[in-house]
Write a protein that binds this ligand. Structure first.
Ligand code: SAM
Length: 235
């Protein structure tokens, strides 16, 4: 059952959830299931799968990142993972949920209001908004899951992050090659690969990886490039 999996999983991760968190995750799961009947929001089905692969996967970030009071942008949020799942656990963060698809951001805006968790929901392409004020170099933290390989992810996400801030990328454990290939890209964008945290999703044998990119210098003005160039010639 969703509540048991989340309570046990959070304890295993060393995270204490607010009192109202479990009912909020239940309401989130119900909303995802309803929305999935109308459009394709997530491939994950059933409450156990959602508890492990959406909610606990998101919560694992808190083992390594303190987000209270931070400005956070979830780039390519889709159904709100990891951003909205993190906001339930850390309501004091200021969250922006960004996605290119209007249907998804409309769902997120209405859901965050229903859950009583105010968020800014932005529709647009990360590589376009990341060039503009008030979004460029504005956030303490960017988070992203299942959006792109690390070179591309770094180009579309790091421009949002302030110098001294971080990009937290939720990745599969099989990303050694991808991360090696991204080292010089990340440097060109004003960052470094600061940490790679490997772990097993509590209650499963699924290996997961949290990649932490630290922003050490402003991103040069020429980045991010247009989507066609980013895709055709990753940095
Ligand atoms: N992060 C969610 C998750 O893990 O469940 C959604 C992952 S989904 C596979 C990728 C999402 O990223 C889609 O909703 C897509 O619209 C969005 N996306 C992809 N490229 C984007 C871009 N350049 N700018 C904004 N959103 C983007």
């Amino acid at each position: 059952m969703l509540e048991e999996i989340l309570a046990g999983g959070a304890a295993a991760l060393g995270i204490s959830l607010p009192e109202n968190a479990l009912p909020l995750y239940r309401a989130y799961y119900t909303a995802l299931t309803e929305a999935n009947r109308q459009f394709n929001l997530t491939a994950i089905e059933g409450e156990d799968e959602a508890a492990y692969l959406h909610f606990l996967d998101s919560l694992a970030v808190l083992r390594w990142a303190e987000l209270t009071g931070k400005t956070v942008i979830d780039v390519g949020a889709g159904g709100g993972i990891p951003g909205l799942a993190l906001k339930i656990a850390e309501p004091a963060m200021e969250l922006t949920l960004l996605d290119a698809t209007e249907k998804k951001t409309a769902f997120l805006a209405s859901l965050s209001e229903r859950l009583g968790l105010p968020c800014v929901c932005l529709t647009g392409r990360a590589e376009e908004l990341g060039r503009e004020s008030p979004w460029r170099e504005t956030y303490d933290v960017a988070v992203a899951r299942a959006v792109a390989e690390t070179r591309i992810l770094a180009e579309i996400c790091l421009p949002f992050v302030k110098v001294g801030g971080r990009l937290l990328a939720l990745k599969s454990a099989e990303t050694d090659e991808e991360l090696k290939a991204a080292e010089s890209t990340v440097r060109a964008l004003g960052g470094i690969i600061a940490a790679i945290h490997d772990y097993t999703l509590p209650g499963t044998d699924i290996p997961r990886r949290l990649v932490v990119l630290q922003k050490t210098a402003p991103t040069p003005e020429k980045y991010p490039r247009r989507w066609a160039a980013i895709q055709k010639r990753p940095l």
